[in-house]
Design a protein around this ligand. Structure first.
Ligand code: UDP
Ligand code: MN
Length: 261
């Protein structure tokens, strides 16, 4: 359906590389949905043109010169810059339903069935499972909801300083109200969970549909040698599962690098 879309966000060239890989992975698994990326002006022109080749729509969003409410909210909470930018996804009202995906996620199979879910559907956060992880979520664009979210953000801020804190505060009955809004963990498999519960990963990890490279070290923080297929560097914390990281780099090297040249 044309009025449904996957949406991601990149405010700089590093996250833009993540968005390129995510977009490619959705296309490779034959999604029937539109692909939208929100970018800020900090994303370079070459990266924006690669994004235009992969995504149906590249929308430049800049909180500072967008609508009055967003501007005012931003003036009161300058600390929440990227968060306000992510909330822009609710303004995509030419779509009736969307799935937001962080730029540090990678799709391993077709996930169009997520559009059968309602706002706000999301998977539990591995660190605090009564909160949802905001790296993958189903939502309905709406100017009203957008306004309410900005107001919530301005009044209450974010308990974790990012979008996940705001969204969990706003959609605060997620944990208890409706089990159909709890996405299975395989739609947002955080690499960290692999190490915190290894037997479960061994049992269920093969069913993973989306991996999320959550945390400080992103796939693009490492370096990759195309010839030896070796990944090195970037390890200050529990490393991401090597095979998922290799998936990301293989796709990046084969499909994205040629477009960047
Ligand atoms: N993001 C961005 N620029 C930034 C930080 C974040 O564009 O400087 C976007 C990007 O889509 C990213 C999402 O916001 O995937 C959430 O941030 P991140 O994935 O770094 O948080 P984590 O999942 O590690 O908590
Ligand atoms: Mn993320």
């Amino acid at each position: 359906m044309a009025d449904q879309a996957f949406v991601t966000l990149a405010t700089n060239d590093n996250y833009a590389r993540g968005a390129m890989v995510l977009g490619k992975s959705l296309r490779n698994h034959n999604t029937a949905k539109k692909l939208v990326v929100l970018v800020s002006r900090q994303v370079s022109t070459p990266c924006q043109s690669v994004l235009k080749n992969i995504f149906d729509e590249v929308k430049v969003v800049d909180v500072l010169d967008s609508g009055d409410t967003a501007h005012l909210a931003m003036m009161k909470r300058p600390d929440l810059g990227v968060t306000f930018t992510k909330l822009h996804c609710w303004t995509l009202t030419h779509y009736s339903k969307c799935v937001f995906m962080d730029a540090d996620t990678l799709v391993l199979s077709n996930i169009d069935e997520l559009f059968e879910r309602e706002e706000m559907s999301a998977a539990p956060d591995p660190g605090w499972p009564d909160c949802f992880n905001s790296g993958v979520f189903v939502f309905r664009p709406s100017v009203e909801t957008y306004g309410e979210l900005l107001q919530y953000c301005t009044e209450h801020g974010s308990f974790d300083g990012g979008d996940q804190g705001v969204l969990n505060g706003f959609f605060n009955d997620w944990a208890t109200a409706d089990i159909s809004k709890h996405l299975p963990f395989i739609y947002n498999l955080s690499s960290i969970a692999i190490y915190t519960y290894l037997p479960a990963f061994k049992q269920y990890g093969g069913n993973a549909k989306v991996v999320h490279f959550l945390g400080k070290t992103k796939p693009w923080s490492y370096t990759f040698d195309c010839k030896t297929r070796q990944i090195s560097g970037g390890v200050q914390e529990p490393a991401t599962h090597p095979s998922f990281l290799l998936n990301w780099w293989t796709l990046y090297a084969s499909s994205v690098v040629p477009m960047l040249q």
